[in-house]
Design a protein around this ligand. Structure first.
Ligand SMILES: Cc1cc2nc3c(=O)[nH]c(=O)nc-3n(C[C@H](O)[C@H](O)[C@H](O)COP(=O)(O)OP(=O)(O)OC[C@H]3O[C@@H](n4cnc5c(N)ncnc54)[C@H](O)[C@@H]3O)c2cc1C
Length: 267
């Protein structure tokens, strides 16, 4: 799929912003120079998603707002980093929650799934990014995420619920199959506690041997099938660049104004 010029510009900006914020000419220059954190919790949320909770290992901590991402130096490397969206709104305790999807053959994610242990120290950089909830009174909101795209949207939702927003909010969440889906407990709890929130789950490739009674299809198609008119809505999407491009197109096709669509790479 071709990247749109807007999305290309966005990715380019994100990466250059990060370089500018780090003000570093080469990776070797920031080896070991991040903020030290400890891994305090590891929990498998699905067959390929790991929840990590990190806490400051010294006096310094990363101050962030909902929607930001951080960079982690891969242990054992000289400043090689990977970026991860923060998966929870800040609660003032310095903790950072991450949702990490295992990419087979991937350097850092294979390390997380095979070698990482609680108590391990990591070097973090950040926060980075511009993703945030735009508090427009009463405006209906549609959110869409694939896989770990849920991470930054969860952070935005936690903050919005904390601020008791009354905007109607619908979240479309898609996973490859039932084994890789995660987040059901959060979704159920939000729906129970917030009458303005609803969610829809779809699987893009459900396993034919496992019973699945929910929606089937990629998130942008499911939105097209289930929504009629998104004029006047705010839209948020998080996932890979391809997911973002497809969902942005669906939002626009359904009448959403381009300047009311906000997106974040997260996976
Ligand atoms: C702003 C931002 C936020 C992000 N947030 C998240 C997030 O919240 N959660 C998340 O899980 N990811 C997130 N990502 C993606 C993340 O930064 C990493 O790119 C991802 O986790 C892969 O890292 P890795 O080191 O495991 O893979 P890499 O080593 O970088 O490999 C990338 C790809 O190449 C393939 N590959 C590597 N080596 C080989 C080989 N020898 N042969 C064949 N294929 C190979 C891997 O399978 C993988 O598909 C985010 C990215 C950005 C830019």
């Amino acid at each position: 799929m071709q990247e749109t010029p807007e999305l290309h510009d966005y990715i380019w900006h994100e990466l250059n912003d990060r370089k500018a914020e780090l003000a570093l000419p080469g990776t070797e220059d920031f080896a070991g120079k991040g903020v030290p954190y400890s891994v305090t919790k590891m929990e498998k949320l699905s067959n390929d998603i790991m929840l990590l909770v990190l806490e400051p290992a010294g006096n310094e901590k990363i101050e962030y707002t909902a929607g930001k991402y951080i960079s982690i130096e891969i242990p054992g490397t000289e400043g090689m980093t990977r970026d991860y969206s923060i998966g929870a709104a800040p609660k003032g305790d310095g903790k950072i929650e991450l949702h990490i999807r295992h990419l087979r053959g991937g350097r850092f994610t294979t390390y997380v799934f095979e070698k990482m242990h609680e108590g391990e120290k990591l070097n973090l950089f950040g926060p980075f990014g511009h993703f945030k909830f735009h508090y427009e009174k009463d405006v209906p909101v549609i959110m869409a995420a694939v896989s770990t795209g849920l991470a930054p949207l969860k952070a935005l939702l936690e903050e919005a619920f904390e601020r008791k927003v009354r905007n109607p909010i619908k979240l479309y969440l898609c996973a490859h199959n039932a084994d890789s889906f995660y987040g059901m407990e959060w979704l159920k709890q939000w729906k129970k506690e917030h009458p303005n929130f609803d969610y829809f789950i779809s699987l893009s490739s459900p396993d034919p041997n496992t019973e699945w009674k929910g929606l089937i299809g990629r998130v942008h198609n499911v939105i097209l099938d289930n929504e009629i008119n998104l004029k006047g809505y705010d839209g948020y999407v998080a996932g890979s660049p391809k997911v973002i491009e497809a969902v942005v197109k669906s939002f626009k096709d359904l009448g959403m104004k381009e300047d009311r669509i906000f997106y974040d790479i997260a996976g």
